[in-house]
Design a binder for this molecule. Structure first.
Ligand code: SF4
Ligand code: SF4
Length: 409
């Protein structure tokens, strides 16, 4: 797709990157059919090809409107379109650039701005933990919409104390330790059982995704630099074999640090090294299966697995969870229909776009429930919380299931 950049974008890094991405798009529309928002709304402008066209217009100098902003807001950034695209269009990078430019030119209504500000400041804040604790204490009294965002209190169990020659760093995440602390401790216990020691760098915090995707890109980059600083001493000394992510939404972002900070002279090289070392927890599974196989007592019953978009489309990691859990004795199944489609969680999307997020959740649960599961598992705190808000079947992280099966043996 030929693009004639407006003078204001011609000499900018964003303008050049967007132009290179747009050049790859042949406008074929294959991506449209797999876009969740197009499937719900049936409007070309709520599909990837339409959004690409809107961004191209803005880059060529057309003034964006509130409607342009809305069509970009409705995108889940699930990157399903990237998986479908035969031309390798990096839609995720393009929509980040498009949203940033449009937000600079189109003011938002006061309430919307305030909500977005609150989300980007509150979720990664140290005050989120105490606020979640309070919410859990009065959970029974909360209105249904708020209750859906507050999971019941969870016992994290003990953190392993053994030391091992094999060591990894792990990102604890911003909301995960407060909402579902068992995910991190279960990860450490499973890795410990396989002879791997898990470290959490105290100074590391939010991966930066919340701010970055709410168009506070500078705030997001500051959090990315802080994480790099927190991890760097152990990385530089080659003490860890990987930086493990058990939330695929964080994983996809940390894998992008190298790209996002490529023009930062002080951090470009370090960011690239951090991204190269980053592994989703499921990537360690092939190595863990032979070590754990005889010690796992998998429970009876079907486990329905929802692969998060940030794993299957964002990180292009497919099959690893279900194949390896099956090798450990679990009856893991993936929905027969639309397993590639987003569940509607998408970070803060379920708060900002509930009229699309909840129909997508119910559609996803409908497919998962056809498997008649005893448990639903996923690999991202956002998907887990969102699916649980509409399901009586327990929804967990797959590592919690594995941890429980190890402890039952
Ligand atoms: S990222 Fe997802 S919601 Fe956005 S255009 Fe692509 S397929 Fe559609
Ligand atoms: S599938 Fe790829 S090349 Fe075709 S319209 Fe979509 S983004 Fe463009």
């Amino acid at each position: 797709m030929q693009t004639e950049l407006a003078p204001e974008f011609r000499d900018t890094a964003d303008g050049r990157e967007a132009e290179a991405i747009l050049r790859k798009c042949v406008h074929c529309g294959f991506c449209t059919a797999t876009c969740p928002t197009y499937q719900l709304l049936g409007d070309e402008l709520d599909g990837p090809r339409g959004r690409i066209y809107l961004i191209k217009q803005v880059l060529e100098g057309h003034a964006p409107t509130r409607s342009t902003q809305l069509h970009l807001d409705r995108c889940l950034t699930c990157r399903n379109c990237e998986s479908t695209c035969p031309s390798g269009v990096q839609y995720g990078h393009l929509v980040d650039i498009g949203r940033k430019i449009v937000d600079e030119k189109v003011p938002r209504p006061a309430l919307e701005s305030a909500t977005r500000w609150l989300l980007k400041e509150a979720l990664p804040s140290p005050l989120f933990g105490p606020a979640m604790k309070l919410g859990q204490t009065v959970r029974g009294l909360l209105p249904a919409a708020l209750k859906a965002k507050v999971p019941a209190k969870q016992d994290a169990g003990a953190w392993p104390t053994r030391t091992h020659a094999r060591k990894v760093l792990m990102l604890a995440g911003c909301v995960q330790p407060a909402m579902m602390p068992n995910i991190n401790s279960a990860t450490a216990r499973v890795l410990d059982a396989a002879g791997i020691e898990t470290f959490i760098a105290k100074e590391a915090g939010c991966c930066g995704a919340v701010k970055f995707h709410l168009n506070d890109q500078d705030g997001g980059k500051a959090q990315m630099r802080a994480n790099i600083d927190a991890w760097w001493p152990q990385v530089e000394r080659n003490e860890v074999e990987a930086i493990v992510m058990n939330a695929s939404g964080c994983g996809v972002t940390v894998r992008e640090y190298g790209h996002i900070l490529k023009d930062d002279p002080a951090y470009a090289l370090k960011a690239r090294r951090i991204s190269e070392l980053t592994r989703d927890l499921s990537e360690l599974l092939p190595d863990l299966v032979p070590l754990l196989k005889d010690r796992v007592k998998a429970p009876a019953g079907v486990v329905a697995y929802h692969p998060p978009c940030t794993l299957q489309h964002g990180q292009k990691l497919r099959g690893g969870v279900e194949v390896n859990l099956r090798a450990l004795g679990f009856d893991v199944r993936v929905a027969m229909n639309e397993a590639h489609l987003c569940c509607g969680s998408a970070g803060t999307y379920s708060v900002l776009q509930p009229e699309l997020a909840y129909p997508l959740r119910d559609r996803k649960l409908g497919h998962l429930n056809q498997l008649q599961p005893t448990t639903i598992v996923s690999a991202n705190i956002g998907c887990i919380t969102h699916l649980q808000s509409g399901s009586a079947t327990p929804v967990k992280h797959w590592v919690e299931l594995l941890d429980a099966a190890l402890r039952a043996s």
